[in-house]
Design a protein around this ligand. Structure first.
Ligand SMILES: [Zn+2]
Length: 267
């Protein structure tokens, strides 16, 4: 139905090697494809010092791509001990780039065994402080760590931004919205067993909701198991619209406006 819905993908990883290896035409091929199919903007997300650098390189090459620079909790654990301050300094330097629009993705991820929670928390907090110092929005990655993420944000009331690929409850969404946060929904909102996320999606105020792919991860129904890209974002937007009793075009318009407002992107 809405193949040509115009959308802004608030979270994607086009620096991921899977695009270069698996998509016809590689990274440039997939970016051209999604842009031709109605994607008017993309925030490409850094997860490490290296991928923050490649995010900026993509943003330099394409006028409709913007970059977030930051260290993901999973990647934080791979930084050699003693290089912590150096890594934060590199993120700060990259954040000054004119196409860097956010610090992210940062946060806590307790999904895997052997998680170094202290080290994750250190990087999370240092990057939150950086966002406050630079007055930039942050992109939060919170996987199985809702309570600790919440506590951290309560200690940093000046930080603002978005919870990406939201997986919490409606109650948590409501609290975050009250604290000024935006909430972003991705492929899982289309999954049959995602009752909790669907419920949260229905109650987020119109001026606080974003949509994203998290490509190449989390493909929406009916493309589960495939390489995800922004050309599939309309499936997510259609489900979001249905849950909120509005048209896909209305969701497209409000999420574009919200993404531009949060990341201070002017046309
Ligand atoms: Zn991501």
């Amino acid at each position: 139905m809405s193949e040509n819905l115009v959308l802004f993908d608030a979270h994607a990883h086009y620096d991921d090697e899977r695009f270069a290896e698996e998509f016809p035409g590689g990274t440039d091929g997939v970016i051209a494809h999604v842009h031709e199919n109605g994607v008017c903007g993309i925030i490409n997300i850094g997860a490490s010092v290296r991928s923050s650098r490649t995010s900026l390189a993509l943003a330099e090459r394409y006028d409709f791509i913007y970059a977030a620079v930051g260290i993901h909790p999973g990647d934080a654990q791979r930084i050699p001990l003693g290089n912590d301050e150096g890594a934060i300094a590199e993120i700060e330097a990259m954040a000054a780039h004119p196409k860097a629009v956010a610090i992210g993705e940062i946060g806590l991820d307790y999904h895997y065994d052997g998680t170094d929670r202290e080290r994750q928390a250190w990087f999370f907090e240092r990057q939150l402080c950086l966002s406050e110092k630079l007055d930039m929005p942050v992109i939060i990655h919170d996987r199985d760590a809702h309570g600790d993420c919440f506590d951290m944000l309560k200690r940093h009331p000046d930080a603002y931004g978005v919870f990406h690929s939201f997986s919490g409850s409606a109650e948590m969404a409501r609290q975050l919205v009250d604290m000024g946060w935006y909430i972003s929904f991705s492929g899982p909102v289309t999954y049959k067993n995602a009752a909790k996320v669907k419920e949260a999606c229905a109650i987020v105020p119109e001026d606080r909701i974003l949509v994203e792919t998290d490509a190449p991860y989390l493909p929406p129904v009916p493309h589960r198991g495939k390489l995800n890209h922004s050309g599939y974002l309309h499936y997510t937007a259609e489900v979001v619209a249905e849950l909120r009793n509005v048209t896909p075009e209305e969701i497209a318009a409000v999420t574009i406006a919200n993404t531009r407002r949060l990341f201070r992107i002017t046309e």
